[in-house]
Design a protein around this ligand. Structure first.
Ligand code: HAM
Length: 424
């Protein structure tokens, strides 16, 4: 039997890769426009890094990590997210000494979850981490970047922003006590999962999917009431900045996120269009993480989007530009062996004159009909045919492949025609 891919780790095939490239290019353009620089960190890290940053009693660390012992006996883990590695690298290389950093990254991450549409065991994130800036205007700018990306990708109408402040550690500790008191008195009404979280990670009960638990929570104390004045002021600066930028949001007091490093701002972008896996992007502030991982106290804030989910959403909305779903703009067809070197020279000229034009030459002979079929499949708009007659007269046949009449042109006329089309 042929060997298959690992469950939950899908291939990205050529027909899908264009959408991925489109997403990557649009994201990078926006990051570039905001003065971000890229960081690339390894896929494998010391296991302790994730346990310490994401938190021992999170689903990710308890149930989902790909952890293994390497040949030297060290415990290593395939990264389940990229923030921890970026923070580690920033500390290790002194990127945080008396300077701020605004970094972006992209790459695969691994979580051993139950695979379904939009949820994979190898998936890909694009994300941003900013260090050294405690001001909520940084949080706002990050959210604005994501908002711009959705607009650029034409998926903005299908996503909504949910926002919360989970406060500083002191505020959370007080709230935690109040919540545990409230829920302990009603423990028998909680679902099993929430019961087991009650002592270990009570805040996670807030985003339980269980309906009766959710109903119970409607009378529970609210985290918002426990925020310190500074937390509140921070959140006000953020919401005001978002309003100024015309970005709609919904405050969701139950939004806590599944990683322990957050404090104050947390946010998620969600969509109804993908079923159960509707969160396309999540992030927030983590002012304690750098210190917790051994660096000097340094505020941090960031987000990551799930590329698979964004691509699924773009596909479902049919918004991927044709140019990212086709192979070629121009397809050149030599009708005899004698025409091949002219075709190849013409292709070379076109590529050098129009560096972004996608030029494919037909290779391998065959009838005009079969060549035109391949031209059609390439997605090209323009076919160029050279046969014996054209070869002798120094012309080419210009054939619009998506409707229109064919014409015989000189090469100079062809170049002119293409430059007109490119300008249009
Ligand atoms: P996260 O919410 O765990 O946050 O993941 C961010 C995004 O990655 C999710 O919103 C989702 O789109 C995608 N994602 C997560 N798990 C899967 C999966 N199994 N299959 C497909 N997509 C998935 C983080 O990872 C944080 N590091 C984000 C962050 C950066 N916070 C601050 N800086």
């Amino acid at each position: 039997m042929a060997i298959q891919s690992v469950r939950g780790m899908p291939d990205i095939l050529p027909e899908q890769a264009g959408a991925w490239r489109y997403l990557e290019q649009q994201a990078q353009r926006i990051f570039n426009a905001h003065g971000l620089t890229q960081i690339r960190t390894p896929i494998v890290e010391d296991t302790a890094l994730f346990a310490r940053s994401i938190g021992d009693v999170t689903d990710i660390v308890e149930k989902e990590m790909y952890t293994f012992e390497d040949r030297s006996g060290d415990s290593l883990t395939l990264r389940p997210e990229l923030t921890a590695g970026v923070v580690r690298a920033a500390i290790e290389h002194g990127l945080l000494h008396n300077q701020t950093q605004r970094l972006w990254y992209q790459g695969p991450a691994f979580r051993h979850e139950r695979p379904q549409k939009g949820r994979y065991r190898q998936f890909h994130q694009i994300g941003v981490e900013c260090f050294g800036i405690a001001d909520a205007l940084m949080d706002a700018e990050l959210i604005e970047m994501t908002d711009q990306l959705w607009k650029q990708l034409r998926i903005r109408d299908s996503v909504t922003l949910e926002l919360n402040s989970i406060g500083s550690p002191e505020a959370r500790a007080h709230y935690r006590d109040a919540l545990v008191d409230f829920l302990s008195a009603r423990k028998d009404q909680l679902d099993e999962d929430s019961q087991s979280r009650l002592e270990r990670s009570p805040l996670r009960i807030l985003d339980s999917k269980n309906e009766s638990t959710q109903a119970l929570l409607s009378d529970a104390p609210s985290l918002m009431d426990y925020l310190t004045d500074d937390d509140r002021e921070h959140f006000t600066v953020l919401t005001r900045a978002l309003e100024e930028a015309g970005i709609d949001f919904r405050i969701n007091p139950r939004l806590v996120r599944g990683l322990d490093y957050y404090g104050r701002t947390v946010f998620e972008w969600t969509t109804q269009a993908l079923g159960a896996q509707g969160t396309i992007c999540g992030g927030g502030r983590y002012d304690g993480l750098v210190e917790h991982l051994g660096g000097r106290p340094t505020p941090g804030v960031g987000f990551a989007l799930g590329m698979e989910r964004v691509v699924l959403l773009m596909e479902s909305l049919n918004v991927i530009p044709d140019a990212y779903q086709t192979q070629a703009d121009v397809y050149l067809m030599p009708q005899q062996v004698e025409c091949e070197s002219t075709i190849r020279r013409l292709a070379r000229d076109l590529r050098s004159q129009f560096p972004t034009l996608r030029v494919m030459t037909h290779i391998g002979g065959g009838s005009l009909k079969s060549q035109l079929k391949k031209a059609d499949k390439s997605g090209a708009e323009i076919g160029i045919i050279i046969g014996q007659m054209e070869l002798e007269s120094g012309h080419i046949v210009y054939k619009p492949l998506r409707g229109g009449d064919q014409e015989t042109l000189t090469e100079a006329e062809l170049l002119h025609r293409i430059s007109e089309l490119k300008d249009a």
